[in-house]
Design a protein around this ligand. Structure first.
Ligand code: ZN
Length: 295
């Protein structure tokens, strides 16, 4: 196998990050690679904040650590274990549950659950790669579990709107959003964000897709009742459904899981880079608390 398709081995991970100090070094290097700017007053000069990797603004005296204002903000457990979680999420083929992370790293399951969601936050698509060429737009229902306030679990349905770009016999890129309806508003929400205006669209002959014909010059519409339609979209739908059943059962955070699935899918050929890419995104991302995530 070519090197670029291989992910970093665990031995290489520990060579690169033997202790939490090396993780802090990495974060400081990434965060201030293009210089220091004070978050409070915008001043660029600083002095040492008294501890390693804390910088103090020389004008307003504001102190900032390497982890502050990133997704590593106020991480309450060993930073090396946090990096290890990012590594395991980045290199596992189908994702890894918080229970498995907890077992492997001897960190509380709830802590792993929350930190894992922070990592998934960094997987959220920026939709920089707009889909073009042959693009299929579709939607499907998915049965999920929801926990009520009294702890009772109920089954209910969510709708996923899916856009894929076809290349040869396969799919080169895909994006998916979780919604509560198949309305034009929701379908446009996805197409506006990630489908280029020159794309040749195939979509359903259903009310929600009417506006797609007005927006895109080439649109082929098909009846949903035909079973053979859009086999590639169907394949992606099956992969998403199977993966969700295997790894995540709860619907509350469905958009996070769809982002995770698409992130991995769209970077299938860039496995070696995923770990670094995720760490970089986590440094640039604003901090998220438990409440930010569940609301
Ligand atoms: Zn300042």
């Amino acid at each position: 196998m070519e090197d670029k398709f291989k992910s970093l081995s665990i031995e290489d991970f520990y060579k690169r990050f033997p202790n939490s100090k090396s993780c802090l070094n990495y974060l400081a290097h990434q965060k201030w690679a293009s210089g220091f700017t004070c978050k409070h007053c915008g001043h660029h000069r600083y002095c040492s904040g008294g501890k390693p990797h804390i910088r103090q603004c020389s004008k307003c005296r504001y102190k900032e650590s390497a982890t502050a204002n990133t997704l590593f903000h106020k991480v309450k457990f060993d930073l090396l274990k946090a990096f290890n979680i990012v590594y395991l999420i980045a290199t596992s083929k189908k994702g890894i549950s918080s229970c498995e992370l907890s077992r492997k790293l001897q960190v509380r399951q709830k802590t792993c659950w929350l930190f894992r969601l922070k990592v998934l936050q960094a997987m959220k698509s920026h939709q920089k790669v707009g889909l073009s060429g042959k693009v299929e737009l579709s939607d499907f229902k998915i049965g999920m579990k929801k926990t009520l306030q009294n702890g009772q679990e109920v089954q209910y349905k969510k709708i996923v709107v899916l856009a894929i770009e076809k290349k040869g016999k396969g799919i080169s890129h895909g994006y998916a959003i979780s919604t509560n309806s198949r309305s034009a508003k929701e379908i446009n929400r996805l197409s506006d964000r990630c489908v280029n205006l020159d794309a040749k669209i195939t979509c359903y002959k259903k009310h929600g897709y009417d506006q797609i014909c007005q927006k895109y010059p080439v649109v082929k519409r098909i009846r949903k009742s035909k079973k053979s339609i859009m086999p590639l979209s169907n394949r992606m739908k099956n992969s998403i459904t199977t993966w969700l059943r295997g790894t995540h059962h709860h619907a509350e955070l469905l958009q996070y899981y769809l982002d995770e699935f698409c992130y991995r899918f769209n970077r299938n050929k860039m496995k070696a880079e995923i770990f670094d890419h995720l760490l970089e995104r986590m440094v640039r991302h604003r901090p998220r608390t438990y409440l930010d995530i569940i609301h």
